[in-house]
Ligand binder design. Structure first.
Ligand code: PLP
Length: 465
């Protein structure tokens, strides 16, 4: 890649564009990352290469939430000025998010907690069998277990997988086909318009888990033929607790409320010892209780900030860094990047890899403790896929990038991996409560001075790592 990549001049400052920026529109700024301590006593700027798990907020998002806070008030039923402003912010956010994602005018935009919540909502609304791939994140596998479902094993190529999908649907029709737009292990993209055609030709609808796709690529729900789309604000640079489910009204209006309670009803009566509800139409039907106005506003502001750059400039920035990362990993002995499909041509900035003779968890602990680099390790809540790709219980290491990632972040990772494979770690590591950790770990893990969690209050490693 001949483009010059932006370097972070110093932590806490915005990305300084070099003389020849690879993008024409300046990318939105990320909230500055802190310096973080190393086990050796120094501190370094945090290199966040774990954006696929949760992305830091855009500065514009944090500023918008701060600006909104004085007006924050109850929504929908409040007559006060601030209640009316808050209600308008919430409803405007619905519109902004829907437009950013190319929703049809009659699609419903339901605010949820995250992608998992959105897909659980959809699972209770599907009037028939759901078919998913075995390569999906658990969030796009487990919600379907509550109803009739089938799982199609992803073939070694996308072409063969789509052929198998066609055959599976012809043999036994389903109501809904559901796939991730971009995989959370390998970042590979699926041809969504083609899958929509296959599903529709077989009389099925298509749901897309866009948790990993939306932060990296423009999505056009209507033009692509997507019937339902789910995503998480915290992966889209708006970590304020909101996600969305967007899609066709009929199933959503026929479904039982996802969260029954105040706000989801038009009228409630009690006759004798029985209560009855006249449920509101969607989206309110599924948004019982007080909505997360700040989360919705944050998500909408992220959409506004990304809109000018998501077609070209953000993907160009990311692809240049991705190439640098993949080229660099290819030069580190023993590092093996994973791939789901041999014929995939496009991927977002998500790269999982194994390192020969080094357990993934120990590599991740080393990168954090000795280099101040944050990555993810394990099976990334995609156990069936990672088991197949690695053939090991250990899982893999995942580096993921996006807006705000710099060439320096990538180079630090590559240098650290080279050091590990050549000389080994300089510190000792052991498994503590199921996770690799430095031994000892002299770092202050409470920089905000909040005090230690009660002994026993912190569970060990999550089961779905
Ligand atoms: N789908 C994919 C592809 C993901 O990568 C993730 C999270 O990593 C999810 C769904 C679940 O997202 P959330 O935890 O925000 O519900």
């Amino acid at each position: 890649m001949s483009t010059t990549l932006p370097e972070r001049t110093e932590i806490g400052t915005e990305i300084a564009c070099s003389a020849e920026p690879p993008h024409r529109t300046e990318l939105p700024r990320i909230c500055p990352a802190p310096r973080v301590p190393l086990v050796t006593g120094e501190s370094v700027p945090y290199a966040n290469l774990d954006l696929a798990a949760s992305a830091p907020p855009l500065q514009a998002v944090a500023d918008h939430v701060a600006e909104l806070l004085p007006y924050y008030s109850s929504v929908h039923r409040g007559a006060g000025y601030c209640s009316q402003v808050s209600t308008s912010v919430l409803e405007r956010a619905r519109d902004t998010v829907g437009r950013f994602l190319g929703a049809r005018t009659d699609d419903v935009v339901v605010f949820t907690r995250n992608t998992t919540d959105a897909l659980n909502l959809l699972a209770r609304a599907v009037p028939g069998v759901v078919l998913s791939l075995d390569s999906e994140h658990h969030a796009n596998l487990l919600p379907w277990l509550t109803g009739p479902h089938r799982v199609l094993t992803a073939a070694p190529t996308i072409a063969q997988t789509l052929e198998n999908l066609r055959a599976a649907l012809a043999a036994d029709p389903v109501a809904l086909v559901t796939v991730a737009g971009a995989g959370n292990v390998t970042g590979e993209l699926l041809p969504l318009a083609e899958i929509a055609d296959i599903a529709h030709a077989a009389g099925a609808r298509l749901a897309v888990d866009a948790a990993q796709l939306a932060p990296h690529r423009r999505i056009d729900i209507a033009a692509t033929g997507i019937d339902y789309l789910a995503l998480s604000g915290h992966k889209l640079y708006a970590p304020y607790g909101t996600g969305v489910l967007i899609g066709r009204r009929d199933w959503l209006d026929a479904a039982a409320p996802h969260l029954a309670g105040g706000g989801a009803v038009r009228a409630v009566t009690v006759t004798g010892d029985e209560a009855a509800a006249g449920w509101a139409p969607s989206p309110q039907r599924h948004e019982g209780g007080t909505p997360n106005v700040l989360g919705a506003a944050a998500l909408a502001q992220a959409c506004r900030a990304l809109d000018p750059v998501i077609d070209h400039d953000a993907p160009a920035h990311e692809q240049a860094l991705l190439e640098r990362l993949l080229d660099g990993l290819a030069t580190v002995p023993g590092v093996r990047p994973l791939r789901t499909w041999a014929d995939s041509t496009e991927r977002v900035g998500v790269v999982a890899f194994t390192v020969d003779h080094h357990p993934a968890g120990r590599v991740a602990a080393y990168l954090s403790a000795e280099h101040g680099i944050g990555v993810r390790d394990g099976k990334f809540c995609a156990h069936p896929l990672v088991d197949r790709l690695t053939g090991a219980d250990e899982g893999a290491v995942r580096a993921s990038i996006g807006i705000g990632t710099t060439a320096d972040d990538i180079d630090r990772l590559l240098t650290a991996l080279r050091g590990l494979t050549k000389r080994g770690a300089r510190w000792d590591y052991e498994v503590v409560e199921g996770r690799w950790a430095p031994s000892p770990d002299p770092r202050d893990l409470d920089p905000l001075g909040l005090g230690e969690a009660r002994p026993g209050a912190t569970p060990g490693a999550p089961a779905c790592a």
